[in-house]
Design a protein around this ligand. Structure first.
Ligand code: MLT
Length: 205
């Protein structure tokens, strides 16, 4: 499951910086309920319209998920698209959270699984998000996979059109532009840091 801007990037960053587990909830209320049921108080993180949800500890900027905050903590997240997209992936035998930040690690894990792979792009409000499609194209390329269908061909074509450049893809993306307008330009840099981490967060692990 790919949500480059920004959930996947934030989840990978949180775990890389010492978070012990990241939960995904569909709504802010569901996140609060989930958090209240955990033994140790987790951090609540998430956004609506890109901004931190009132009463939550953190928003959805990768830069907020720093070692001093994450170490040893569980994090309950809810976001507009990323945590929703996970619903569609529930029946898979294994679901990985992927972005540019863990591209090669994801490709290696998928290759090692030796099973059919579906690249699920979170997108934006039910529409395509080109940063996610570009990341899917980059994964297909890294896997050396033959495109299987129109969507895969489009992902590869989009990635080629963006010069196979993650920074260009996230900046060209409408969601990237709206994050810049909202004051989150630095998040695009984090999201475009290809292979920053060798981590493959797994649903249910
Ligand atoms: C989402 O899940 O929709 C994104 O992570 C939104 C965002 O940029 O925070």
């Amino acid at each position: 499951m790919i949500d480059v801007l920004r959930w996947s990037t934030s989840v990978v960053t949180a775990l890389a910086h010492g978070a012990t587990k990241v939960y995904a909830a569909e709504t802010p209320d569901a996140a609060r309920t989930l958090a209240a049921g955990l033994l140790m108080r987790p951090l609540l993180a998430g956004e609506r319209e890109s901004r931190r949800i009132p009463g939550f500890d953190l928003g959805n900027s990768p830069g907020e998920f720093i070692p001093g905050v994450m170490a040893g903590r569980e994090v309950v997240t809810t976001t507009t698209n990323g945590t929703q997209a996970l619903r569609a992936a529930r029946s898979a035998s294994m679901t990985l959270v992927a972005g540019f930040v863990n591209l090669s690690a994801t490709a290696d894990a998928l290759a090692a699984a030796r099973a059919p792979v579906v690249l699920l792009c979170a997108g934006q409000a039910g529409d395509e998000a080109i940063e996610d499609s570009c990341c899917a194209g980059a994964l297909l390329k890294a896997l050396g996979a033959q495109p299987d269908g129109e969507a895969a061909e489009r992902a590869l074509a989009l990635w080629r059109e963006q010069g196979r450049d993650a920074a260009r893809a996230v900046t060209a993306a409408p969601h990237g532009q709206s994050l810049i307008r909202a004051g989150f330009a630095v998040d695009l840099l984090a999201a475009a840091s290809v292979d920053r981490w060798r981590l493959t967060p797994r649903l249910g692990a």
